[in-house]
Design a protein around this ligand. Sequence first.
Ligand code: ASP
Length: 325
Amino acid sequence: MALTTKLAGIAAGAVLAASAAIAQTYPERQITLVVPFAAGGPTDTVGRLIAERMSADLGQQVIVENVGGAGGTLGAGNVASAEADGYTVLLHHIGMATSATLYRNLAYSTTEAFEYIGLVTEVPMTIVARKDFEPADFASFITYVKENADTITMANAGIGAASHLCGMLFMQAIEAPIVTVPYKGTGPAMTELLGGQIDIMCDQTTNTSEQIKGGTIKAYAVTSPARLEIFPDLPTVSEGGFAGMEVSVWHGLYAPKGTPPEVVERLSASLQTALADPGIAEKLAELGTAPSPAADATPAALKAKLEAEIERWKPVIETAGVYAD
Ligand code: ASP
């Protein structure tokens, strides 16, 4: 056997032995869960919910770190280049799929840079506006926005965010461009919507439902195929004639590529434990959604979802012709 082949064999053996050792003792210290958007927003809300329950299950703290910016690609990039030891994980959503097409010079490969842990939840979006926005219902909202497209401002969390995708679908539907204002997350955008500094936004119910219930913002439609139990009076976008705007914000948990398989399995099992917790299901139900079923909180299900969604949104983005670069 050539010396180089022998050495490669020895090195591979050493890596395997090291990963088996890590897996036996994992986790020995706190884990960082990167949320690629600002604190106080919908991804952050989901992140903090699962982090708390996973901490209890893993016997180590899972600490949320908010790395907002560039529509989620900054935080995802940080995790892609982090140590693959199971102590850094990423919670991202549908933006993981759309950014693969929106960013033609992404610093990491969406499908090659991560290990998949599992799907977390699918969250519907709502089209909302500041409290004193004039239109009374979805039909008049469409007419009003079309007529005033050049003066209306729409918030999003940057190119690649779910709010960006929804806004893009909205503009395609009404065939009019609207001025968009990017934030590091829709948590801060909600503050500005409440303050009346911004007019409209499309965002997950995990950020908007409390405000809608409290009457501090106006809601016009939901992007789910059916009406939501928590808002039975709110029409779906399809009822308004905009089936193309149906979108569901699926969330997934990832680790850097090369994270030992035993560690990924442990994290996936912990995610499943968290999602099976009735307290989490109850909280998500209040926010208009539900945890992913155990069969989906798996590496294989997340991989399949991501790959399918990259293909699904690619032609939509290419039609819009708007890229991040
Ligand atoms: N909801 C945001 C989005 O547009 C992200 C966030 O702030 O969590 O994707």
